[in-house]
Design a protein around this ligand. Structure first.
Ligand code: NAP
Length: 275
């Protein structure tokens, strides 16, 4: 499955949800028609995703599975071992995409550049062995991306926090300039943007839900959204966002909103709980 064939990714970060329930939700997402799944070693949902895939009996080549290595899994040997663990948990012999989850750890992380480069080298070798199809990044701002480019590497994905009220315009532009697919994590700002008056007004205007407005906005800006939902109704509602076509004026209004719904997670900050 090529990622260019899908409009929406399904997020597999389910903090606080019971294991069995996560498997059920993922099975429901497969039933609803999702084919792109975004997980990470840090989410502790790789096993449940593998289980849901097996139960669904959907052929492997019809789904796109992306996972990520965590901050503590950076480095040449650590990255090789991390991918093996992820593949074992997923029960797969390859993943479609493998991403470095964050460019650096909490301060001090003085060796982050050499660690990222060594990680990437391992990832390239895994790609050559067929264990990974595509290589990408997550939360890499231009100054985190540049050392990899300087080393001659070409990531194809950059996943960033992006939603109405948090545009990271410069990082998006630089990633697109490099020919990377830009993906939006928390495209609904984890629900925090859903009651914004402008978005409510646009939802009424287009006869859509606010979540559909958020997803259409990102897609029309050339960004691939990855959304998480726990009920079939929301999964279907989100998938139906493609019916919404925003005017250039409405896109501009959303793009010019002041900051709302920011997670507080920044790759250059010391992030509590992200060791
Ligand atoms: N790379 C990174 O560092 C990073 C960081 C965070 C997330 N991610 C990825 O991005 C994915 C999505 O991000 P996220 O889960 O943080 O946030 P999100 O997708 O923006 O928002 C999820 C929240 O919105 C609710 N929701 C979903 N659809 C809705 C609808 N149609 N109407 C109303 N509410 C709706 C969900 O509720 P219910 O679940 O109760 O339905 C959940 O509370 C994650 O699962 C993960 O795969 C990546």
């Amino acid at each position: 499955m090529k990622k260019s064939e899908v409009n929406l990714g399904f997020g597999c970060f389910f903090p606080g949800t019971e294991r069995e329930q996560v498997t059920e939700i993922l099975l429901q997402a497969l039933d609803a028609g999702y084919r792109y799944f975004d997980t990470a070693s840090f989410y502790f949902t790789e096993e449940q995703l593998g289980e849901a895939l097996r139960q669904s009996k959907i052929p492997r080549e019809d789904v796109y599975i992306a996972t990520k290595l965590w901050i503590s899994e950076r480095g040449y040997d650590a990255a090789n071992a991390a991918l093996e663990r992820s593949l074992t948990r997923l029960g797969l012999d390859y993943v479609d995409a493998y991403l470095i989850h964050w460019p650096k750890g909490p301060d001090p992380d003085e060796d982050w550049i050499s660690l990222d480069i060594a990680t990437w080298q391992a990832m390239e070798e895994q790609k050559a062995k067929g264990r990974v199809r595509e290589l990408g990044l997550s939360n890499f701002l231009p100054h985190h991306l540049q050392p990899l480019l300087d080393a001659g590497y070409q990531p194809v994905i950059n996943q960033l926090e992006l939603h109405p009220g948090y545009g990271q315009e410069y990082a998006v532009a630089k990633s697109l300039e490099q020919g990377m697919q830009v993906q939006a994590w928390s495209p609904l700002g984890r629900g925090a943007v859903l009651d914004h008056p402008l978005l409510l007004e646009l939802a009424a205007k287009y006869g859509a839900s606010v979540s559909q407005i958020c997803l259409a906005y990102l897609k029309q800006r050339g960004i691939f959204p990855i959304v998480k939902a726990s009920s079939l109704k929301r999964m279907q509602e989100n998938l139906a966002f493609t019916a919404v076509k925003l005017t250039a004026e409405d896109i501009s209004k959303i793009a010019c909103l002041p900051q709302i719904g920011y997670s507080g997670e920044h790759p250059d900050d010391s992030m509590p709980g992200h060791k």
